[in-house]
Design a protein. Structure first.
Length: 378
């Protein structure tokens, strides 16, 4: 009997031992910061992860270009909907609002983790500074979007250590803006010039200076109301001008055709959120520039929803009919059912006209996707 009990206990104890070993196995589905950030290549991968936030659907990949009421008094969301930021009727639980908030803090935490590990790998200090400057700027920029939309927000400058740490007090807007200025000013001294970077998809000195000017303009208004920041906005803007590198493209429409053709013009377009491809391959990094914000087109070869239409306020602000920008910004025509035949709007059909800066017929990536565009967002 004892032998039988002993034989029965052996597989039971073996099972307990195996179970214990299984439960103690090191997780394989993520990499601990202690085992990462050990090389310059890994730092650059982490930096790409911070940039990746910009192109997500909740930001410039979709929502922030057409669904968040950003057209203000110059246009309106022309698709029938009863609620949402695009019609100024929403709650804090609205999907677009919630996703934007969460994604911005995701980007901030990614930046926090990288910056806390920036000194780990052996590399040149010049390369380290390049990565540090870009990460600091992006963290500050994500806070700029937060504070300019929500006012007082939690200011978190350390990596999240626990998923339970969610009860964080809001920081006054003035303090958040002050931190943004500090971060961007430090970044300005670390990143490369626009001419050295050579394309619009990476943070450069001109982009930082331009954004510093914008932050200063916001600080001069409510709720901070620091009017001394007007002079600072002039200072940062003048630094871009005095560098004598940037210049306006003499052809207004070519600015937007370049986006469709994936052609960089770093002199005109200082900073861009980059998109790529048409979902035909393994990787998907498309946005909805030209799809949400284009001329409604039913043709699947150049499909566009055309969510945004103009107001008479904007149309009539072009006081001179010879201003070539008007008919490029506001389409004087519509596509008929075939999606290729254009029909002109009448002189009284102003509110029917679409936002038309980004036109999909100029895209060079084919076949064109109905829901993803390769056009960058400036």
């Amino acid at each position: 009997m004892k032998k039988i009990l002993l034989l029965l206990l052996i597989p039971v104890l073996t099972g307990i031992s195996s179970c214990k070993k299984f439960l103690e196995t090191t997780p394989q589905d993520f990499i601990s910061p202690a085992n990462y950030y050990n090389t310059e290549e890994q730092l650059n991968f982490a930096l790409n992860g911070i940039y990746d936030i910009l192109g997500q659907r909740a930001l410039y990949g979709d929502a922030l270009i057409s669904r968040m009421g950003t057209e203000a008094d110059e246009g309106f969301y022309a698709v029938s909907t009863f609620s949402g930021p695009q019609v100024y009727n929403h709650s804090t639980s609205d999907t677009y609002v919630l996703n934007l908030w969460q994604l911005l803090y995701d980007g901030i935490n990614r930046a926090n983790v990288l910056l806390e590990n920036i000194n780990t790998p052996a590399m040149t200090e010049a390369s380290r500074d390049q990565i540090r400057g870009q990460a600091q700027f992006l963290r500050a920029y994500y806070y700029f979007i937060l504070v300019s939309n929500w006012g007082d927000v939690p200011l978190i400058l350390n990596a999240t250590s626990s998923a339970n740490n969610t009860d964080i007090a809001r920081t006054p807007a003035k303090e958040v803006y002050t931190t943004i200025l500090k971060e961007m000013q430090e970044a300005e001294g670390l990143v490369q010039s626009a001419s050295d970077v050579g394309f619009g998809g990476r943070i450069n000195k001109s982009a930082v200076r331009g954004m510093l000017a914008r932050v200063c303009l916001y600080m001069a208004g409510k709720p901070v109301e620091d009017i001394s920041k007007y002079q600072d906005a002039i200072k940062w803007s003048k630094m871009i001008i005095d560098e004598n590198f940037h210049a306006l493209n003499p052809s207004y429409k070519d600015i937007f055709i370049n986006y469709a053709k994936d052609a960089y013009d770093i002199k005109e377009s200082i900073l861009e959120v980059e998109f790529w491809g048409n979902t035909a391959g393994v990787y998907r990094e498309g946005g909805r520039v030209g799809i949400n914000t284009g001329i409604t087109n039913p043709n699947t070869a150049a499909y566009a929803y055309g969510f945004i239409q103009t107001t008479a306020r904007l149309f009539n602000s072009y006081t001179n009919n010879r201003d070539l920008r008007r008919d490029w910004n506001i389409a004087p025509y519509r596509y008929q059912s075939s999606g290729t035949i254009m029909a002109a709007w009448s002189a009284t059909q102003i509110y029917e006209r679409h936002c038309a800066k980004w036109r999909r017929e100029y895209e060079v990536v084919t076949p064109r996707s109905m829901n993803d565009s390769p056009e960058n967002f400036p």
